[in-house]
Every structure is written in C-alpha cells, then in structure tokens.
Ligand binder design. Structure first.
Ligand SMILES: Nc1ncnc2c1ncn2[C@@H]1O[C@H](COP(=O)(O)OP(=O)(O)OP(=O)(O)O)[C@@H](O)[C@H]1O
Length: 360
C-alpha cells in the first residue's frame, strides 16, 4: 500500500494551470522530496495533498483512502496528516506545552492523557525540559522542534513539510535534518518535504522528485538522479557538470579529446554516435605528469576538497580533488571506468533532454 498516491491531478490559481496531469507515489515510511526552482509548483502540490487547494481533475489517495477524486474533497482535518511550515507558525502568547497541545485541538478531552501526550511529544523532539517557555525564548531550531512536536502529537501517518529548515542557522541545519529524519523513520511516518536546496534534499530524503514548471522531470533515489540523470536539466540542477564531446566507439566506450573512456555497463547506442559525455568533478582524476595532457589553470582550496580548473586538449574541466596541486602544474587527465551517462547530440537537439542509455 502506498502512503500517498497522486494520479493525474490538475490544479490552478484563478484559472491559470499550475499542475497539469501530475502523478506521484510515496511508499510507506518513505521520505519524498519535492525539489525545484522557485515558482515551479512544489507548494501547490503540498497544498493539494493537504486539502487546502481544490483539485480540478485526478485523484489523491492517502493510505488507500481517496481524499480527492470525482465528487470527493475531504477536509484537511480528516486527512490524518501533520504539517510543518518554514515560519514554524507557533502562537507567541502560548507556552511550548500549550502550543503542542493545540495540535490535539478537540481530539482528546482527558487532561491527564493530554499531559502525557504533550510530554511524550516533547520528549521525542528533545525538548522535555522546555515546556514552560514561550516561543521567543527559544532558538529557531528549538521553535521548529516545537512545531514538529505539535504535528506529531496527532500521530499522523503522513507528514507534509514545507521548507522547514530555511530559517534555521546553517550550523544547526544539518544536525536538525538528521534528527528529524531519524524521528520520522523511527515513528514509521511517511513524508513529503519541499525545498529548493539540493543539499537539504540529498540529506533528508529517500527519493527526489525534481520539478520543472509544474511537471516532474525525474523521480528516484538522490544518488541515482545525481549520477545517472535522464536529462541535462536534472544533471545541471543537482550539481556541477562537465560535458565533453565524444563519439561512441563500441557498446562500452566513448572516444573523447583526452582519450578513450570506458563504461562498466552497456551504453545502449550505436557505434559512431556523437554526443556529450557527462562527467561530475569527482569522476575525473588528475596525476602530476610533466608531459601530461592537461594544465591546471586555477585552484581553490575549499576545506573538505579543492576545486581545480583544468584545460585538456582544448576542453575546460572542473575537477574536485582532495589536496591542492603545486602551482602551474602539468597533469594527466583520466577517467576511471564507471557507468557513463552520454547524451547523444541528435537527442539533445531534438528534445533537449533524455539520454538514450537508460539504467535498469
Ligand atoms: N495564491 C496564489 N494565487 C495566484 N498564483 C499563485 C498563488 N500561489 C502561488 N501562485 C503561483 O503558482 C506558481 C507555483 O507556486 P508555488 O508556491 O507552488 O511554487 P514553489 O515551487 O513552491 O515556489 P517557492 O520555492 O518559491 O515556494 C507560481 O507561479 C506562483 O506565483
């Protein structure tokens, strides 16, 4: 059973279509990230799932229960979902405990049970000691934990998170992302998480749905989208990409200006095909060599790695290495065999997108 099944939905604002025939499925206990540029429709989809926006066509099912469909539009409070927003949406005049209790609304009347559930929710987000404080007496990260406790107290099976980490200090952000991810996983809660930050998306989600103008361009595991993108749009959105002109030599290799590059799986296209080979900065190796085929033009030491700009046979390449090389180095540029992503020229010009090779 899917936690969420969206089939061909359409949504619009004032008659202007935003989502057009969009489908997406989230598995049980899975965290799905909606990633994309500003204005592409991520929040619109979240609102549709929450029941805050009319759906003009299509169907939404949450845990097999139809919440939108022909003649069906279940109100938000009956969808058994929790919602977390970027701005925490806490009541400033209520204590932490009262803010969390608000999540229960009228669902529980027994005061002892209410107190127990508040304590349990605050314990889960590591705020057991801070129930008596007011929101202004908390850090941004702590306020977001209160918002999470308020959502968790209703024991939702699906959590919707709209840019929940944007207002959190960068120092704390990755730790909070790790904690909330562990919490959702531990509680068996499925989630949809909206962001425009690929770093957050990589760190928080099991799967990414990359949006482009109201459509989903590709869905899959973050690593799959990064390493084996279906299109140059996906490749470019998720990180620095080098494109090197090449020609397919045989089922497993491509000829490039700096020599033959081998693939560990079949390219699935005809010998002689011209196109662009995608190489991520980490997929290129540099070795110092006086007679090498490349020259280091620029280097930036960035702490965890060094960004290196290299010229090789007239091609400029962004390479990521651990330690900086000696200044004005001559290097040998090579690429270790891996599963290559190759975008044939014909496809690029006719469709601007998909490569011929598809991974299984
Ligand atoms: N209430 C509204 N009325 C009219 N148009 C709207 C409304 N809300 C959003 N839009 C438009 O719908 C489109 C999608 O907006 P949406 O908020 O879903 O984008 P988003 O991908 O979440 O962007 P961001 O990352 O900036 O939050 C945008 O063009 C936006 O201007």
């Amino acid at each position: 059973m899917a936690a969420l099944d969206i089939k061909g939905i359409c949504c619009s604002y004032n008659g202007k279509p935003i989502l057009d025939n969009l489908s997406l499925s989230v598995a049980e206990n899975e965290i799905m990230c909606l990633l994309g540029a500003s204005g592409c429709g991520k929040t619109t989809l979240l609102k549709a799932v929450a029941g805050l926006l009319p759906v003009s066509r299509g169907e939404i099912c949450i845990h097999d229960r139809q919440v939108n469909g022909p003649g069906v539009a279940l109100v938000p409070e009956l969808r058994n979902i929790g919602m977390i927003f970027q701005d925490y949406a806490l009541f400033p005049h209520l204590t932490v405990a009262d803010n969390v209790a608000f999540g229960l609304a009228n669902k529980e009347k027994n005061k002892t049970r209410i107190r127990a559930r508040i304590a349990e929710a605050l314990e889960l987000v590591n705020l057991a000691e801070l129930g008596g404080r007011y929101p202004h007496q908390l850090s941004g990260g702590q306020q977001q934990r209160v918002a999470i406790a308020r959502a968790l107290i209703c024991q939702p099976r699906l959590m919707l998170l709209d840019e929940p980490f944007s207002n959190i200090d960068t120092q704390v952000r990755m730790r909070l992302i790790g904690e909330i991810r562990a919490l959702l996983k531990g509680q068996g809660i499925s989630a949809i998480f909206v962001t425009h930050s690929k770093e957050e998306a990589f760190a928080f989600s099991d799967k990414l749905a990359l949006f482009r103008a109201g459509q989903i361009e590709q869905v899959g595991r973050p690593q799959t989208l990064y390493q084996y993108p279906d299109s140059r749009f996906v490749a470019d959105f998720l990180g620095l990409a080098n494109y090197v002109s090449g020609q397919v030599l045989d089922s497993h290799s491509v000829s490039t200006p700096f020599g033959r590059v081998d693939s560990v799986s079949a390219l699935g296209q005809a010998a002689g095909t011209h196109g662009q080979l995608l190489l991520r900065p980490r997929q290129i190796q540099l070795t110092l060599a006086e007679q090498g085929n490349g020259r280091v033009l620029e280097q930036q030491f960035l702490g965890s790695h060094t960004r290196c700009l290299v010229e090789c046979q007239g091609v400029r390449l962004e390479v990521s290495i651990n330690e900086p090389l000696p200044a004005v180095s001559q290097v040998n540029v090579s690429v270790a065999p891996h599963t290559l992503t190759f975008f044939p020229d014909a496809e690029v010009s006719s469709r601007q997108t998909e490569p011929m090779r598809k991974l299984g």
